[in-house]
Design a protein around this ligand. Structure first.
Ligand code: URP
Ligand code: ZN
Ligand code: ZN
Length: 479
């Protein structure tokens, strides 16, 4: 039995912090207690002056994703390697079937791609079209294939966008199965309308991307998804909330007792829309993502949402494209591949601008970087917790160590870094994935294929039925 003792640190979980050593054997945490003894064969890691926290969970990534005529530059090995370099030890990526493609076939394609992962991973499956076979496939995915969440794109008209009729059928089916529905909330028809109008006026550069997707376009879709979920009694998770108007819709829904979870991206918290006004086309295009970066007022609202618990999780939406790929939209902003990355930097910037800035406690940091995602996506406490029986996905975090973030030194496979030049204080000096040290003192020690698929069970059906009774009594009367 291979064992490892992390000695002398402070264990920080979402609920409390305490001085304790952590004994790991065969990939699992065996003991968490002060003054543990190491046997001769036990390797020790000195965590004196450091915090010992659960590895991060990034619940929103797109590794090796064929999108907008190209493919994201990061594959499952490079992406999960960059993730562990930044203290993230699990990602939840997206299976995105083409229109007409069986969701099960698409699931097999993504499972094969992910076999090279260096850290653990799960999948959400997108519902991109509808017929009875999709309904049936959702049952198989939940019942047999470890999926408990389905994603719906309300934007990207003409490719993966679905209309309300599909949302309704899919939300209802997911509720029946004890699965969670996710939405990318932007009104794709409004976006297409604005894109055509802007191109008609001769606006062809990256600024057109931001202008075609104002906050109202996002808020309308968020509100619509929330109300559809409310009528059907289906729990909902809204990805990459970026504006105050979406938060208002969320706040109202939660105030009314609705089960709505919400995510924010590290990028939306820290990058503002001035990037689209850069004189450099490449720089502006590198920031083309959906929803776009917003003004500082929205950033302030997002931080408040995170501080007050309205936003539960932080993610990256890691969907990287290099400059050459972005140039596909040189003459037409609608052809610039949408996406940015920060899988390596999320934990660092969240600590620096969250904990160091007095916005988050260290325990809240754990909540928003791992524990809440683990709970919402039903892998807690196996993930998101330093506790006996959990997977040994652990970071040893030096709150004094500084890092200068740069594309010149990052491990991400992309030629830009969103946070270029930012100096952060508080970084992981060791990352452990299932008990293996995969990053230590700046050195990546990852292995192709060492990561494992993490099946996620459905949520207890009783909760879904209670939710339905509470939220949809009007609908019960007609069904
Ligand atoms: O611009 C983005 N976010 N690209 C990735 C796909 C998505 O919308 O999540
Ligand atoms: Zn999206
Ligand atoms: Zn995404």
């Amino acid at each position: 039995m291979s064992s490892l003792l992390i000695r002398g640190g402070t264990v920080v979980n979402a609920d409390l912090s305490r001085r304790a050593d952590v004994l790991v054997a065969d990939g699992t945490i065996r003991e968490v207690a002060p003054n543990l003894e190491a046997s001769d064969k036990t390797e020790t890691i000195d965590a004196g002056g450091c915090l010992v926290m659960p590895g991060g969970i990034d619940p929103h990534t797109h590794l090796e994703y064929p999108f907008m005529g190209t493919r994201t530059s990061e594959d499952f090995f490079t992406g999960t390697s960059a993730a562990v370099a930044g203290g993230t030890t699990m990602v939840i990526d997206f299976v995105i079937p083409d229109a007409g493609q069986s969701p099960i076939d698409a699931y097999s394609v993504w499972r094969a791609r992910a076999e090279k992962s260096a850290a653990d991973y799960g999948f959400h499956v997108a519902i991109t079209w509808w017929d009875d076979s999709v309904r049936e496939a959702m049952g198989t995915l939940v019942g047999e294939l470890g999926i408990n969440s389905f994603k719906h794109f309300m934007a990207y008209k003409g490719s993966i966008m679905v209309d309300d009729a599909v949302l309704i059928r899919s939300f209802e089916r997911a509720r029946e199965l004890g699965a969670l529905c996710l939405v990318h909330a932007e009104n794709g028809d409004l976006v297409a309308h604005a894109q055509a109008a802007l191109l008609g006026k001769g606006i062809k550069g990256p600024i057109g991307h931001a202008l075609s997707r104002p906050p109202e376009v996002e808020a309308e879709a968020a509100h619509r998804a929330i109300r559809i979920a409310q009528v059907l009694g289906a729990p909902l998770y809204i990805v990459h909330n970026s504006c105050a108007q979406s938060l208002a819709a969320l706040e109202r829904a939660r105030h009314e007792g609705q089960r709505v979870f919400a995510e924010v991206l590290a990028g939306h918290l820290l990058i503002d829309d001035s990037v689209y006004r850069s004189d450099s086309w490449d720089f502006a295009a590198a920031h083309v993502m959906s929803p776009p970066f917003r003004s500082r007022e929205h950033q302030a609202a997002l931080w408040r949402g995170l501080e007050t618990g309205l936003l539960h999780t932080t993610a990256t939406d890691h969907a990287c494209f290099c400059a050459e790929q972005k140039r596909m939209g040189r003459d037409d902003f609608t052809l610039i591949p949408n996406g940015t990355g920060s899988i390596e930097d999320r934990m660092h910037v969240l600590w620096h601008h969250g904990v160091n800035a007095g916005r988050l406690t260290e325990n809240e940091f754990v909540a928003v970087t791992s524990a809440n995602a683990a709970r919402i996506f039903n892998v807690y406490p196996r993930k998101g917790s330093v506790s006996v029986g959990a997977d040994a996905d652990i970071v040893v975090w030096d709150p004094q160590r500084e890092r200068l973030i740069s594309s010149k030194t990052h491990h991400q496979k992309v030629d830009i870094n969103l946070f270029e030049g930012m100096v952060v204080r508080g970084v992981n000096v060791v990352t452990m994935s299932r008990g293996h040290v995969v990053f230590r003192e700046g050195q990546l020690l990852t292995e192709v294929g060492a990561g494992q698929f993490v099946p996620r069970p459905p949520f207890a059906p009783v909760n879904a039925s209670l939710q339905r009774k509470r939220m949809a009594s009007a609908l019960d009367e007609v069904t």
